[in-house]
Write a protein of this length. Sequence first.
Length: 130
Amino acid sequence: MCVEILAPKLSLPDGTSLPFSVTTRAIRLIFSSGQLGIDASFRLIDGGVDAQARQCIAHIQRILGSIGASLADIAKTTVWLTDFSQFTAFNIAYSKAFGSHPLARSTVAWPLALPCALVEIEAIARDPIA
């Protein structure tokens, strides 16, 4: 199986290289790494789980758009919440992006690698080019 790297590795603001790619393509699918509610300087977005979820989705939308795909091409997401009591607030933000396009989703409560992050979302989308 051939896996194509679609987006380069990331580096932290201090120059530390991260050991993963943002997006890959294989067997007519696009895999997005988990996205956090951070800005371009790796600072968490203020506004709680709602704002961070919207930022995660905006990152995914930008990544997919850069390779000719969109949110409508997503088949499944995996979501990690650090506090499951925020599930309802998260779901409201998520529904605004995907409400008319319900897709498969797994949601897990678990600590995240970035302290104080509330949500992380990864996506698997169909490749509209393949």
